[in-house]
Write a protein that binds this ligand. Structure first.
Ligand code: NAD
Length: 314
């Protein structure tokens, strides 16, 4: 039975990853200090092969048992969280990644870091292939997240090149599904919460900026496929179907049968204008591509999370 360590395992993506690894027969050690995640995401997991350790990975830490795979997901991830926690975001990307890479090195484990499409910043190349280096504002409010992830990628490659650690880098594009927090500020949970209450849907700017949304099940399948490959340089895992934010708002209204109107609000600083993964590489090396359409994913999110969880209290 392989053992996987999942940092950030009590978060949105991490909890789905823990479940899928358990389903595939792994023992899973979830390391999470619950900064932005929650015990509610993992308390239903009743499996003797699963353990949660409440550890802040910004401090040095050690896991005293054999580990085969390290999935390093711990980091504030939604704008609301990283704007509230700018230093913690930089520290988890730097110290937290150092400590976790060191652990992977000790155990000779395969290491996968969850990077992000935000390393491309406000892209000047569209769609974004892995070879594009990005266009990031290092000193804007979002820089704490974007640069932490860019540093973490550089660190990962340095551990690979200099220390021989078996590493992988996944660039995750916007992912959604059950267990997203209704007030985490990201577009899909915000629109669903507003639509399910027939409240105005708040679209930033004129809504012409684009995003590509990947259903969580597809994303997790991609992460595991990459971890189980021998690939070392970054790979985009996301859904290439691209929508404007206005199209997304209208689709959410349609799927929920809501009476909501659309309200336009000021655009946040450095909000990227476009976002669409080029997934040629993932198709070629992993045979991976997403299978769930936006409408289907929204329906599944509503069915599995339930309306109460999606409109939840602040
Ligand atoms: P999340 O906030 O739900 O999960 C992150 C988890 O990390 C939380 O459970 C949090 O408590 C934990 N954590 C944070 N700091 C920690 C620390 N110092 N020590 C231990 N645990 C800590 O976010 P998510 O959406 O599940 O994102 C998971 C990862 O995927 C992040 O690295 C994020 O950057 C990346 N990512 C996510 C998306 C997306 O659309 N969800 C897109 C791109 C990249």
């Amino acid at each position: 039975m392989p053992t996987s360590l999942v940092t950030g395992g009590a978060g949105f993506l991490g909890s789905h990853l823990c479940e899928e690894l358990l389903r595939r027969g792994h023992r899973v050690i979830c390391v999470d200090n619950l900064e932005t995640g929650s015990l509610a995401n993992i308390e239903h997991i009743r499996d003797r092969a699963f353990v949660h350790r409440n550890i802040d990975i910004i401090e040095p830490y050690f896991i005293d048992e054999q580990i085969d795979f390290v999935y390093h997901l711990a980091s504030p991830a939604s704008p609301i969280d990283y704007l509230r926690l700018p230093l913690a975001t930089l520290k988890v990307g730097s110290y937290g990644t150092h400590h976790t890479l060191g652990l992977a090195k000790f155990h000779r484990a395969r290491f996968l870091i969850a990077s992000t499409s935000e390393v491309y910043g406000d892209p000047q190349v569209h769609p974004q292939p892995e070879s594009y280096w990005g266009h990031v504002n290092p000193i804007g409010p979002r820089g704490v997240y974007d640069e932490a992830k860019r540093y973490a990628e550089a660190l990962t490659m340095a551990y690979h090149r200099q220390q021989g650690v078996d590493t992988a880098i996944v660039r995750i594009f916007n992912t959604y599904g059950p267990r997203m927090r209704p007030h985490d500020g990201r577009a899909i949970p915000t629109f669903l919460r507003q639509a399910l209450q027939d409240r105005p849907i708040t679209v930033f700017g004129d809504g012409s900026q684009t995003r590509s949304f990947c259903y969580v099940e597809d994303e997790i399948r991609g992460l595991i496929a990459l971890a189980e490959s021998g690939y070392h340089t970054p790979v985009n895992i996301g859904n290439p179907d691209e929508f404007t934010l206005l199209e997304l708002a209208k689709t959410v209204i349609d799927v929920t049968g809501s009476k909501s109107e659309i309200l336009f609000e000021a655009l946040p600083t450095d909000d990227p204008q476009v976002r669409q993964p080029d997934i040629t590489l993932a198709r070629e090396i992993l045979g991976w591509e997403p299978a769930v359409s936006l409408r289907e994913g929204l329906r599944r999110t509503i069915d599995q999370a339930g309306v109460e969880a999606l409109v939840g209290a602040v």
